[in-house]
Design a protein around this ligand. Structure first.
Ligand code: URA
Length: 230
């Protein structure tokens, strides 16, 4: 919300007082004096009038989890264990997943309470490369490289996937980099060649790589240096 609206919503200030406070640069957001009435106040922002705290701001929380097999990327599920069940954190209901994985897919999963951060990460326009290690039932041919780079038509969504890079590692294993996160995207791409994906593991999302010290099911907060990358 804009700072002028945030301040006007408080019973003690009218619009004229809000304009004056901003013009006098007496309002600070996260320690920075602001005069722009459009300056953004988030639920995580610390807002002050002189030395008085108007909003303390909720702590923003960011975690990386090594998703194990056999758990769903949902906040709640009536039948199965969810990735949020693996977290021992206060107010788990505030947390959500940035970029889902299928039930049996393993690897890097980001979890946060910051909706604008996760939206920015997952919207297709951000074109954040996601790297997957893939094992398949049938051999992977060199023709896959060109087909994935050209893009595949997905009739259900009526779209062509953005160029993807495939590195063949062995007869039935490869590393695939995609910038979207369409429904079952990797499985459907290999499905184009009638080649079933037997193992799928997300190694990285943009500059964030799964910490090798995390065993499946383990998680840790993102460090400040990791957060500054994204
Ligand atoms: N693509 C898939 O098919 N499954 C996943 O879990 C992630 C990407």
């Amino acid at each position: 919300m804009r700072i002028d609206r945030f301040l006007s919503n408080l019973p003690r200030f009218n619009r004229q007082q809000v304009r004056l406070l901003l013009a006098q640069r007496r309002i600070r957001i996260d320690g920075q004096a602001v005069s722009d009435p459009k300056a953004e106040v988030r639920e995580f922002s610390h807002v002050q009038l002189d030395d008085e705290v108007l909003q303390a701001g909720k702590p923003a929380r960011y975690f990386m989890l090594h998703k194990p097999m056999g758990c769903v990327s949902a906040t709640r599920d009536p039948q199965h264990r969810t990735v949020l069940d693996l977290l021992d954190e206060p107010q788990p209901q505030d947390l959500h997943i940035a970029g889902r994985l299928d039930y049996n897919t393993t690897g890097l999963m980001l979890i946060t309470n910051d909706g604008s951060w996760s939206r920015r990460l997952t919207q297709p326009q951000t074109k954040l490369p996601k790297i997957y290690y893939v094992e398949t039932e049938q051999p992977i041919g060199p023709e896959y490289i060109e087909t994935f780079a050209r893009g595949l038509y997905f009739a259900f969504e009526d779209l062509t996937t953005l160029p993807a890079q495939l590195e063949i590692l062995g007869p039935r294993s490869a590393r695939l980099s995609i910038v979207e996160g369409r429904y079952h995207q990797v499985k459907r791409m290999f499905g184009h060649f009638n080649n079933k994906v037997l193992r799928l593991h997300r190694e990285s999302m943009g500059p964030l790589t799964l910490d090798p010290s995390l065993a499946p099911g383990e998680y840790r907060p993102l460090s400040d240096s990791e957060l500054s990358l994204i």
